[in-house]
Design a protein around this ligand. Sequence first.
Ligand code: FE2
Length: 458
Amino acid sequence: MSDIDGTPIEKAAIDQAAIDAARKTAQGLGHSPGFGNEHTSEAIPGALPPGRNSPQRAPLGLYAEQLSGTAFTEPRAHNRRSWLYRIRPSAAHPPFTRINNGRLDSAPFTESVPDPNRLRWDPLPEPAAPGTDWLAGLWTLGGNGDATQRTGMAVHLYHANASMTDRVFSDSDGELLIVPEQGGLLLRTELGLLAARPGEIALIPRGVRFRVELLDETARGYVCENYGQPFRLPDLGVIGANGLAAPRDFLAPVAAYEEMDRPVEVVNKFCGNLWAATYDHSPLDVVAWHGNYVPYVYDLHRFNVLGSISYDHPDPSIFTVLTSPSDTPGLASVDFVVFAPRWLVGENTFRPPYFHRNVMSEYMGLIEGAYDAKAAGKGGFVPGGGSLHNMMSAHGPDRETFDRASAAELKPQKIDDGLAFMFETRWPVTATTQAASAEHLQTSYDDVWQGLQRHFRL
Ligand code: FE2
């Protein structure tokens, strides 16, 4: 083999024993660490072409295909693309046709108006029917922006009691940040396998095909569909070179492919609607890949929590794990923020989150335990539930929390009984009709702020 000017190209040595061994382990889980960096992975040694992306004939008879997550010309620091070497090209498919959107909705959310009221939901009930897989179990709570303009975000919940079989999903409208709350998920993606359990998050980039299998009987959780710029790690400014989420704790998969020559339905969310085409093979047939456009998982318990060691409560931006920036510096389209176990040591300080009104809109969820500003238990802020505090709505600690924290002895205190998170977004979140009228919408949420006593005195 030689390249176009006759220079010999190093031919990757292909050892049959290594190939056989790799075939046996091709479905195993492995990880490639790092965030935004270049990864390389091959399920069979020699499957990646050396020295170029698109050789005249790719190794092992594979097809080369580039998957671009950013425009070709975006700045190098934020440019995302991967090269996939697959058994058959993604292009080999019949036409896509519309299928029912189910309970999945998309921006722009025009069926209702944004609500200034504080809203809170109990968890989604169990799926109504057996055989509800992750895709069928998606239920849209609301969102903002416009999927066709690649702006804004949507909040979805999911509940499932079955694995996806013989169908895969891809979302052209945005990347999917999955936050499991109950039940582990096995994500079989084009780039390999990832497992995400409660306490971990998984991200599937825009356009990447994947199938969700359940690691437990049932699964429940949250999804942020980010229509905007891909999530990235926040800048650290004066914090320095370390802190918050460490790049090395983000784990991409290693290549793992399946040879499945039977009909597989590929469901594609495109500009708010679901479309489907039946391939005659599994599109999860990528034998090798390299690049920086990858799915990943991250264990939220790895988050390095920073906070005040003197007084006051820092703004919750200090807890940002990932941010999707807008075109305005410092103004996120959506931030993913975690409230992880941490010490509170502030002197002469009201330690729970303060009362506030925020130009940003906040959707909060709870993965486990309790949140330090909200009462737990039935009718409270519970795992699997969620609250929506839209732009400028007044909120903060509930009455019980205010009374307790105002009188607490201020010795060092470890908050370690809960894991909460927030999708904080620049635009108000419009709740879908199904969310605004859901049986699990709490109708007396305002009551938590009733009875806050007048303490004013001269
Ligand atoms: Fe808030």
